[in-house]
Design a protein around this ligand. Structure first.
Ligand code: MLT
Length: 228
């Protein structure tokens, strides 16, 4: 499924102190202390508009924070970190970019006054991979994550304690990029880190389907009640 950009409710922000081009859309009720912030992380070649409709559909009450990846592959294809080849990541760059993105989320929470303890990443493909990296390297940035078509981004020397993190993996049985084996490896890594992780298989390839959205929404509704 391809998401078309919505009409933005706020202009894209390019200001220097929040050093990612991004959009921020306030929660429906600004005074709702229980509202989540969904950190929307697009796939390779995407931008800050791509996942806004998905975020709104997953949680109509949440604030939406959607940065654009800073890496330009071949000078024009946005990504969140460098890769050496398809599925072969530049780990040094990934590490730097992960901390940079975590710093952006912290600064954004001050600027837009959202609760840093209620941030849930929603990532697709390259965006899911940097969200997984954030859980492994800077877990305090996220209380949970929905990861569509994710791979193992890196294996840290010391596994963090993720026992308070809720993670939903939605993976394609026929995905040639984020393969079944990769998804199982990531699930195993999160399990070893004691995360509360669910892996849902979709009868699909790398593309996002309506079933992904349906099951992710169910998961989010259920887990939000359990205190995401
Ligand atoms: C990545 O580079 O993060 C993965 O290979 C997925 C992709 O973006 O194609």
């Amino acid at each position: 499924m391809h998401y078309m950009p919505t009409t933005p409710s706020q202009p894209t922000d390019k200001s220097d102190d929040l050093d990612f081009i991004h959009r921020y859309i306030q929660p429906q009720d600004r005074h709702d202390n229980s509202a989540l912030t969904l950190l929307l992380l697009h796939g390779t070649g995407g931008n800050e508009d791509d996942l806004l409709p998905l975020g709104r559909e997953l949680d109509p009450h949440a604030g939406l924070l959607s940065p654009r990846g800073k890496i330009l592959e071949a000078g024009r294809i946005p990504r969140f970190f460098r890769r050496l080849a398809e599925g072969v990541f530049d780990i040094e760059d990934l590490t730097i970019r992960t901390f940079e993105l975590a710093g952006f989320v912290e600064k954004a929470s001050k600027r837009y006054e959202f609760d840093l303890d209620k941030v849930v990443a929603v990532g697709y493909s390259n965006g899911a991979n940097i969200a997984a990296s954030m859980l492994l390297l800077k877990p305090q940035t996220l209380s949970g994550a929905i990861l569509f078509r994710a791979m193992v981004p890196l294996v840290p020397e010391n596994l963090p304690d993720l026992s308070d993190k809720r993670i939903f993996l939605s993976s394609g049985l026929r995905d040639p990029i984020a393969t079944k084996q990769e998804a199982e490896r990531l699930y195993g890594l999160f399990k070893r880190a004691h995360a509360m992780v669910d892996l849902q298989w979709q009868n699909s390839g790398h593309e996002l389907t309506q079933a992904d959205i349906h099951t992710a929404k169910q998961w989010l509704t259920m887990n939000n009640k359990k205190q995401l």
